[in-house]
Design a protein around this ligand. Structure first.
Ligand SMILES: O=C(O)CCC(=O)C(=O)O
Length: 298
């Protein structure tokens, strides 16, 4: 069985990017302390406990998936903004976009009795239409130890360069075994899947993923973290959610007000109350919010 590469927590981002390009996946060991894990768990566990199992083989009939982590968990915001991960995103994603963005946030709890998830490449979220570009960088932060027995992520090292129709043989599949507080970093092109949980304990990982700014996000961040919450956040996180132009022409909007009541073609930050032109600031934000609330009443 192949083993995955491990790097220390102070690893330079270039080493992560290199591993993503060759193997497609790498583990960074013991990034979070026990205390940091406790804080994250205290914030996410009530939501995880309240989440029902998935409904099919892929989402997992003994697996829960809990999202909207930016809105729900300040500690998860810190994970999303972790400097090592963002530096790796810079190296891996910026060659193909002006800005990358958050793609999804999800606590994945693999419960006892969950069979192996089917192997897949995450980039297939966009169908088979993308070629010649790495669209995605993914992380799974281990909130429990990950072992082959409890459902550690299955990973096929080297598979990013495989043709679409090549299937992994059992002895080509490795397992992302890692101590809690470590993080698995993997590309959208590597073949992988959740593992089988043959133990009596849950395996809990936080899946935080990033993609090129010109692609549709898997988790709709504007609905999972709407402007009234996003406006309280760090501007860098707002931009990762999508409240920033994706490039010169991507992402503007016109506030849906009456004729002459607002500007045309403003950047998304405008929905967070930023002033982009004299007179078009907080008051206009309040007017837009009120209008949208009114329009959503049925
Ligand atoms: O939970 C894991 O280890 C991986 C899950 C996964 O690959 C997926 O749900 O797409």
């Amino acid at each position: 069985m192949p083993s995955l590469s491990h790097l220390p927590s102070d690893t330079p981002p270039e080493a992560i990017v290199e591993a993503l390009k060759t193997d497609g996946a790498v583990i960074i060991d013991r990034v979070l302390s026990a205390g940091q894990i406790d804080v994250v768990r205290a914030e996410i566990d009530p939501y995880v406990e309240a989440t029902a199992n998935g409904g099919d083989q892929f989402t997992g009939v003994q697996t829960t998936r809990t999202g909207a982590l930016v809105a729900r968990s300040p500690a998860c915001r810190e994970l999303i903004m972790h400097p090592t991960i963002l530096s790796a995103c810079d190296g891996f994603l910026l060659p193909a976009c002006d800005r990358y963005q958050l793609h999804l946030t999800q606590v994945i709890r693999i419960r006892p009795g969950q069979p192996k998830q089917p192997l897949h490449r995450d980039r297939l979220a966009w169908g088979g239409f993308l070629h010649g570009v790495e669209p995605q960088l993914n992380t799974i932060w281990a909130m429990t130890d990950f072992t082959e027995a409890n459902g550690a992520t299955q990973v096929v090292p080297g598979s990013p360069s495989w043709p679409d129709d090549r299937r992994a043989l059992p002895d080509e599949i490795g397992y992302a075994e890692m101590e809690r507080g470590s993080v698995l970093v993997y590309s959208g092109s590597v073949i992988h899947a959740g593992g089988e949980n043959r133990t009596a304990e849950d395996r809990i990982g936080i899946n935080l993923t990033y993609c090129l700014g010109w692609l549709r996000q898997e988790e709709n961040q504007y609905l999972s973290c709407p402007p009234q919450i996003a406006r309280t956040l760090d501007p860098r996180l707002q931009a990762l959610l999508g409240y920033a132009m994706g490039s010169y022409a991507l992402g503007y909007f016109s506030p849906p007000l009456g004729p002459g009541e607002g500007p045309e073609g403003v950047p998304p930050q405008f929905a967070l109350g930023e002033t982009v032109a004299p007179g078009w600031g907080e008051d206009l934000y309040a007017a837009v919010s009120a209008r949208i609330r009114e329009a959503s009443k049925v």
